[in-house]
Design a protein around this ligand. Sequence first.
Ligand SMILES: Cc1ncc(COP(=O)(O)O)c(C=O)c1O
Length: 373
Amino acid sequence: MNNTIGKIYFNDTKLKAIKYKKSILEHVSKVIESGIFLNGPCSKKTELLFKKYFDVNYFVSCASGHDSLCLALQSLLLDKDDEIIFPVNAYPSAFPIYMNNLKGVPAEVDLNGQLDPKAVIKLITSKTRVIVMVHLYGLVGNLDKMVEICKKNRIVLIEDCAQAFGSLYKGRHVGTFGDIGCFSFYPTKNLGTLGDGGGIMTKSKKHFDYLEKAVQYGEKYRYKSDFVSGHSRIPEIQAGIINIFLENIDSEIKKRKYLSNYYIEQILKCNLHKHISLLSSNKDSKPASHLFVIRAKNREKLRVYLKKANIETFVHYPYSINKIPAFNFLSQRNFPTAEMLSQEVLSLPFHPYISKSQIEYIIAKILQFYTLQ
Ligand SMILES: Cc1ncc(COP(=O)(O)O)c(C=O)c1O
């Protein structure tokens, strides 16, 4: 294995930016000349392109994935004691609930890190109003079951698709199954821009009417706010970049799938499945492969070994929500699966521009680590 491979970054966002640099610079130049930096034609076009791509009626752009979840929750006009069930391992998805002073109810996950329907059923009370299903790592859990639970109990289903743009379930895009789908355009996401951005998709005209105003001081007409709200706007520069990337997203997702299959092939070829296990998505899904996550024995030692070999890795996420100081007000229930996963999961370098030789090098180093144990 050659030593000239250099540092392998976890996610090399600049490569996509460089690939589309010419179109991006032309777009930035047009925005500068137009003098319209917010609430202009680019963000309107993002909304149109999204509606077309997902074949949905309502989509509102906003400033971030975090805001998309905050706004989705706000649009439901919840009471303080209404309960929101969410997966205990989904670090970024917990914050919008508690930031809005709402009552979160963390739930256990399955061995693939997805919300466990059996755990959810046990947590449902007369106060449960919302379930936030997070398609973590771009994988998909049991969506049919979650839709069924929500319908039966008159619960709103919010799909957090921040990590799952392009993942399909039974041939349909995730985000279109629940009442509301939330998206992030954070740079490392499948449809990441060169800054922040987000969006909210909904089937409900009522939610849409609320959301359209909620992103701009509760206004339908300027200075005539119907309710008190902040604002959440995607800058025109970022929206236009999203529009460029959206035109090319299918080929990017194809590359992700190809490269994640290549990782799997290499793992199997090296018999590594004795030491590490792969996560899987529902059999009826086609995940868009956002992260390449494995479960690894001796994870921390392996991370150090890979770091010495110039391979950058991350852990999504090292703690379940109940173990994080900011959430110490949560009742100290145990979440054995989520806690076990937080000790074992490891996200290997992964993005559409990683090369096959880089993947081979990473796998060789992992094999070397376990051989030396
Ligand atoms: C599952 C999930 N939800 C929400 C968010 C928040 O998105 P953003 O960073 O765009 O605010 C993220 C981003 O890390 C995420 O991964």
